[in-house]
Design a protein. Structure first.
Ligand SMILES: [Zn+2]
Length: 138
């Protein structure tokens, strides 16, 4: 194996890892929006309007509080304003989105089938969490 070949291989692997990191971030961001739908849809709150807020103190969240996974970890799972615990489920849902995006593109490549599988996982996660919340209220 020539030195050039090894450098080429390493570059291809690095590019692939970078692409998958981008897919993870996109998937986590999309599922972050699903958290909004899961919370607001059953409560009949319009989810296209209004900024995100703390469910305890109702303080409007800043952009730095809305970075999927990273904000929750950096705040140690607590609200920046009232210190109340923020459920880990938001980060879990965001992580599921990232994992779903990476797994579907690894299996199907960057093709419409990967997008379809990702979309199905998004619908399933939304429906399961809404039903779970409904059952928990009873
Ligand atoms: Zn708060």
């Amino acid at each position: 194996m020539s030195r050039e070949y090894i450098i080429l291989e390493v570059t291809i692997i690095a590019a692939r890892v970078l692409i998958e990191l981008i897919f993870f971030a996109i998937g986590a961001s999309i599922f972050s929006f699903l958290n909004v739908i899961i919370y607001r849809l059953p409560r009949k709150i319009q989810f296209t309007l209004g900024k995100s807020m703390c469910t305890s103190c109702h303080h409007e969240l800043a952009t730095k509080d809305l970075i999927p996974i990273i904000s929750w970890i950096s705040l140690k799972g607590k609200c920046r304003y009232c210190g109340e615990k923020i459920s880990a489920r938001y980060t879990i849902v965001e992580s599921l989105g990232g994992i779903s995006a990476v797994v579907s593109t690894l299996i199907f490549g960057i093709k419409p089938m990967a997008a379809l599988v990702f979309l199905i996982s998004a619908v399933l996660v939304t429906v399961v969490y809404i039903i779970y919340d409904k059952l928990k209220q009873k």
